[in-house]
Design a protein around this ligand. Structure first.
Ligand code: SF4
Length: 293
């Protein structure tokens, strides 16, 4: 079958050809772990049962996870093995199953998630970059409990420059509209863990504070208090960032304070602002293929 899963519409047979994401037809997974560094309502005490898929349909020049997103580190697993990985995370005490960059594997997940949900009885988190198609997302209605999309840019030119992707902002906005239509209310249990809802993440890039403000304004205007927002201040130059002097540095304190104040003044009902001290690669998981065994 030809792949048109995401807005790139590559129309390639992933058994014999690569599209923009370079993902194969089968699952390819780089890493799994109980992840402690997600938002507190996701990681909780035990950790989020995180599965990092290989490859990505965005080509971010600064990606901290470039070894798996761009270089394709990982190993192919069949659907039984994938189910076993989910089970292993649940048996380790995971509060949820957190699918990181799942979009290129949407068709496989649409088939598999009903069984995984039934047998594991854990919230399923869709942790994506926001560059997705509504008609594909609609098929996850009832299968995904928590959407955790990025909203990376308000300015399409920045998306083209730094992520080599056209028309990002309106595409992400309509994708998130569909996510909010499916999960319009945030539900938190007595342990403080999220069970349902949408949390939108925004990574603040150095020198791009005005664009970050526009992103927050768009979120507020379109979703008001239906979503929570997570401001990520952890940007640390990686991968090809060296070639872009303006983003080849961490955020400075003035930028951090400016975006934090702007966010707080918008009075979202809930959300998170990452501490600027987290600007370090110590939060980047060390990719371990043996975690899959
Ligand atoms: S999922 Fe990959 S191959 Fe399919 S349309 Fe998107 S970028 Fe192209």
């Amino acid at each position: 079958m030809l792949c048109n899963i995401c807005p790139h519409n590559c129309n390639v047979d992933r058994i014999t050809q690569f599209g923009v994401c370079q993902a194969p037809a089968d699952f390819q997974i780089a890493h799994m772990q109980l992840h402690q560094w997600e938002e507190p309502c996701i990681s909780g005490k035990n950790g989020s049962g995180t599965i990092f898929f290989s490859h990505c349909n965005l080509k971010c020049e600064y990606c901290q996870n470039y070894e798996i997103s761009q270089n394709g580190l990982g190993k192919k697993v069949n659907t039984n093995e994938f189910y076993e990985l989910c089970l292993k995370l649940r048996n380790q005490g995971a509060h949820n199953i957190n699918l990181v960059t799942p979009t290129p594997y949407s068709e496989l997940l649409i088939k598999l998630l009903p069984e995984i949900k039934k047998r594991l009885n854990l919230p399923i988190i869709w942790n994506s970059n926001g560059y997705e198609k509504i008609e594909i997302l609609k098929q996850f209605n009832g299968l995904v409990d928590v959407y955790l999309p990025d909203f990376k840019y308000a300015n399409n030119e920045l998306a083209l420059k730094y992520s080599r992707t056209a028309n990002y902002a309106p595409t992400a906005l309509t994708a998130i509209e569909e996510m909010v239509a499916q999960q319009p209310d945030i539900e938190i249990d007595e342990q403080g863990l999220i069970k349902k809802g949408v949390i939108i993440r925004h990574l603040v890039l150095p020198g791009q504070i005005e664009d970050s403000k526009k992103v927050l304004r768009i979120i507020k205007d379109n979703f008001q208090d239906k979503v929570w927002v997570s401001i990520m201040a952890q940007y640390c130059p990686a991968y090809q960032a060296l070639q872009y002097p303006e983003i080849n540095r961490i955020l400075n304190l003035d930028e951090y304070r400016e975006i934090k104040d702007y966010f707080l003044n918008l009075n979202f009902k809930g959300g998170f602002v990452q501490d600027i001290d987290s600007t370090s690669n110590k939060y980047t998981p060390i990719w371990q293929l043996d975690s899959l065994n």
